[in-house]
Design a protein. Structure first.
Length: 129
């Protein structure tokens, strides 16, 4: 039989203070963005035009165990005939669902396209946009 565990007064006090602190921070962010459209535009510009960290995915070094797994998963399966047929099957499934549910069809077609173009997506994950 399971036993109901309740928080001690100290734990309740700590959780209450954390909730109050998070609420204060969230309210401060909301107040900042409610100052006007110029503030919103400048904040979004600073967010998108500021310095960004770029972390590209690189293949492991040749000859290591990780490269063998990478070679099997990415080069042989995903970029090979299995990945192409799988992506094409998902696209065909999406096309067949077009009259029933356009949202499912759209998501399936997009997912199939991502599977087919996975090699280009993997190599461009670290690109700055």
């Amino acid at each position: 039989m399971t036993e109901l565990v309740t928080a001690t007064p100290v734990e309740t006090d700590i959780l209450g203070r954390l909730r109050a602190k998070a609420g204060a921070v969230f309210n401060g962010v909301i107040r900042f963005f409610n100052k006007g459209p110029l503030t919103r535009i400048l904040a979004l510009l600073a967010l998108f035009l500021g310095p960004q960290a770029v972390m590209a995915i690189a293949a492991p070094a040749t000859g290591t165990f990780a490269y063998d797994l990478y070679d099997l998963a990415v080069n042989d399966i995903l970029n090979g005939p299995i990945g192409f047929v799988g992506g094409l099957a998902v696209i065909v499934y999406g096309a067949s669902q077009l009259m029933r549910s356009w949202m499912v069809a759209l998501l399936a077609i997009m997912a199939g396209s991502v599977i087919i173009e996975a090699d280009a997506i993997v190599t461009s994950l670290g690109a700055l946009i």
